[in-house]
Design a protein. Structure first.
Length: 448
């Protein structure tokens, strides 16, 4: 087998949880004797990990599949395998999309372990198995100094608008020993930032140990060197307890950062969504976090246009967001998804009205978040350098503790001979949107 025919080009769509699946499949491929390339011109094999969470994600996945089907039709690639959430949710529809059989295999999430074997069977020449990178079970798609660590999969919350349980099944935690072992392996390979992910990180351990154990997991992770940042993503507000908050406050390696998707703040909408919290409880949660960790950075996600959302409900959400003063707010329009409880709910709003509300909310939160972020201007903060800015001499891009990878912006740092994966003291000088610019000021205090 020549080099190009054993090279695999990988497309991973959707969330970081999907990316971790992709990293595991890439490790399977490398163990099977294939190589991974980021240059499509060098590959004759393509795999696509799809997202099927909402209609817009489905559309992106379908357009990507169509693009690569066209490449195969013209002989630019030999093997095309499609897998992941979209296939799990709409396998029959996917096959109807490809009447000519250009896709060699459609595999759901649960069959990701079969991707490498399918490709081995499709290749005419035997490839020689080999060993992957030191992470063993994953080939990181992120820079080596930062990694996602999935602590659980699936979901038991059954929110009325959500398709995740039907795609990924019930909530199931990984044993704590397994997580610690993977974290140690990542750290040994140079990872200094771990981003903990699950559909509901705060539920971690409930199914295995009879009670949530995220705080216990954080206590064990903090002993792993050289981990410096441990970040918690996707915390459900119903399980942000005082004990967990005290752990966040007292553990230096845990980022003063928490991602808590609240979705809404109107009691009637929260109840219809089956979110298990009230507006008062959300207010108490934010107050607790601000009291115990005054400098904490909070991210949230909210949904606009849920069935039955009145003008009063929407105004309640706007007032809550202004009062809570989140640092980062992701907002999106309700998407009517078949198979969810909300699909047949009364009171679906006109799309135009939903988009008008979304625009109004987005404009408000952008101004509010910018005001809150501005408080850091003039301050010196440790910045983790991610890489060099292309085409810009002596400029680097990185993040401070309050910025999660890919979603919260960057810090653009001016300096000389900075190294990706290292921390540097940076004075923040300007803010544009979610991005800061700053200058490295004390080279003798930089640290690995």
């Amino acid at each position: 087998m020549n080099q190009s025919s054993s090279c695999v080009y990988v497309v991973s769509l959707g969330c970081p949880k999907n990316l971790v699946d992709t990293e595991r499949v890439m490790a399977d491929l490398v163990r099977s004797g294939f190589s991974i390339t980021t240059d499509l011109d060098q590959a004759r094999i393509v795999i696509i990990n799809t997202c099927g969470f909402i209609r817009s994600a489905e559309q992106e996945s379908l357009e990507t599949i169509e693009e690569f089907c066209e490449m195969k039709r013209h002989g630019d690639i030999d093997i095309l395998v499609v897998w992941g959430c979209l296939v799990s949710r709409r396998r029959d529809a996917c096959r109807q999309l490809d009447p000519s059989g250009l896709v060699d295999a459609w595999l759901p999430v649960a069959e990701k372990g079969a991707v490498a074997e399918v490709i081995r069977r499709k290749t005419a020449t035997l490839v020689v198995p080999n060993d992957p990178q030191p992470t063993h079970h994953r080939i990181l798609a992120t820079p080596p100094h930062t990694a996602y660590l999935r602590i659980a999969d699936g979901c038991d919350n059954r929110c009325s608008y959500c398709t995740i349980p039907s795609i990924r099944g019930s909530f199931h935690s990984r044993p704590i020993e397994e997580i610690i072992a993977e974290a140690q392996t990542l750290a040994d390979a140079g990872t200094v930032e771990l981003n903990l992910i699950a559909q509901d990180s705060t539920r971690y351990g409930l199914d295995l140990y009879g009670e949530p154990r995220l705080d216990g997991l954080l206590h064990q992770l903090r002993t792993i060197e050289p981990l410096r940042w441990i970040r918690v993503l996707y915390a459900h507000p119903a399980l942000v307890t005082e004990a967990l908050v005290k752990t966040l406050a007292s553990t230096p390696q845990v980022c003063r950062y928490l991602d808590i998707p609240i979705q809404h703040a109107s009691d009637s909408i929260l109840a219809a969504m089956k979110r298990r919290v009230t507006r008062k409880q959300l207010e108490q949660m934010v107050a607790l976090l601000r009291r115990e960790i005054p400098d904490i950075v909070l991210r949230t996600t909210v949904m606009v246009g849920y069935p039955g959302e009145t003008h009063k409900d929407f105004q309640t959400l706007l007032r809550f967001l202004k009062h809570a003063a989140f640092d980062h707010v992701g907002s999106f329009a309700y998407s009517r998804e078949d198979g969810t409880d909300a699909f047949d709910s009364p009171g679906h709003l006109p799309e135009r009205e939903i988009q008008e509300r979304l625009l109004h909310l987005t404009e408000q939160v952008e101004l509010d978040c910018e005001k809150r972020k501005s408080r850091l201007l003039g301050m010196t903060v440790p910045v983790l350098v991610d890489g060099v800015c292309g085409g810009e001499e002596d400029w680097y891009h990185g993040r401070w503790e309050g910025q999660a990878p890919d979603i919260d912006g960057h810090v653009y740092v001016q300096g000389k001979n900075l190294k990706p994966g290292c921390f540097y003291p940076v004075v923040l000088t300007h803010l544009v949107g979610s991005d800061y610019t700053g200058a490295f000021i004390r080279e003798d205090e930089s640290s690995d």
